[in-house]
Design a protein around this ligand. Structure first.
Ligand code: FPP
Length: 247
């Protein structure tokens, strides 16, 4: 089957998803406590949000806190939550000014009410943004998300809204936290590990994967642009065969 002309020409990433790894190691290498690594990592967040918005990315999803991160020492969890609140309070005005809409995915009900309130407030303040969507994955796990979507569909089947035969790719997609967003074109993981760590398990099905040894606090605009440039050279076949002209 031939790809349509439109698919062949779509080379700019619409959605970039990032696992921001390496904050702890960055801090150790610089003789600081782990928390300092997260603080400097938050500055990298600022830079990447601006770059992505500038170059016309539609959605930037950042893995800010995984469902597994709840198992970190209480002090580190508290520091991450404090940083998140600072970020939301400090940046919501700038996001609004830059026409960026904030959104969050994950089991947000697990968050402390104060964090949740700040998050809801920042989402509401930026709700009219028509530019990039900054999608923060917080208390997020891909398996949790798939379980929640499955449970929601089961309830709808039980209520008679659908039959089991109607469960398909589209229905699942519509029940995920990311409903309404395009799937990521690019998934970047910094910090030198080659795993996807329960991140967007459904949505990454056809994403181009990039693993960088750079620790997140050191991740730069130049490296992001190099990755995007490489992505633009890659041929995405979505499981199909691209027919080439025969000699
Ligand atoms: C992984 O590094 C990173 C995290 C668990 C948290 C990411 C958080 C931030 C970048 C800052 C706050 C976020 C926002 C949106 C303001 P790690 O601690 O696992 O690093 P390591 O593998 O070197 O130990």
């Amino acid at each position: 089957m031939n790809m349509s002309e439109t698919e062949k020409n779509v080379k700019s990433p619409r959605h970039i998803a990032i696992i921001m790894d390496g904050n702890g190691r960055w801090a150790e290498q610089h003789g600081h406590l782990r928390v300092k690594g997260h603080e400097v990592g938050a500055e990298t967040v600022d830079r990447m949000v601006s770059v992505c918005a500038e170059i016309g990315v539609e959605v930037l999803t950042l893995y800010a806190f995984s469902s597994e991160n709840w198992q970190r020492p209480a002090l580190e969890v508290a520091a991450l939550m404090r940083l998140l609140r600072h970020y939301l309070r400090r940046e919501s005005k700038r996001l609004k000014k830059e026409n960026i809409r904030l959104r969050a995915i994950g089991r947000l009900e697990r968050l402390d009410p104060a964090v949740r309130k700040d998050l809801e407030k920042a989402c509401a303040q930026t709700a009219s943004g028509t530019g990039m969507i900054l999608n923060l994955a917080i208390s997020y796990g891909g398996r949790d998300e798939l379980c929640d979507a499955t449970a929601a569909i089961c309830r709808e089947v039980q209520s008679g809204k659908y039959s089991c035969d109607e469960i398909d790719d589209k229905l699942m997609t519509a029940h995920l936290d990311t409903a309404g967003l395009p799937d990521p074109d690019i998934m970047i993981r910094t910090g030198g590990e080659y795993r996807i760590s329960n991140f967007l398990l459904w949505q990454l099905a056809y994403a181009e994967l990039y693993f960088s040894d750079t620790l997140w606090p050191d991740f730069s605009k130049e490296e992001l642009l190099r990755i995007i440039n490489d992505f633009q050279q890659r041929e995405r076949r979505f499981g199909r065969v691209v027919e080439r002209g025969r000699p």
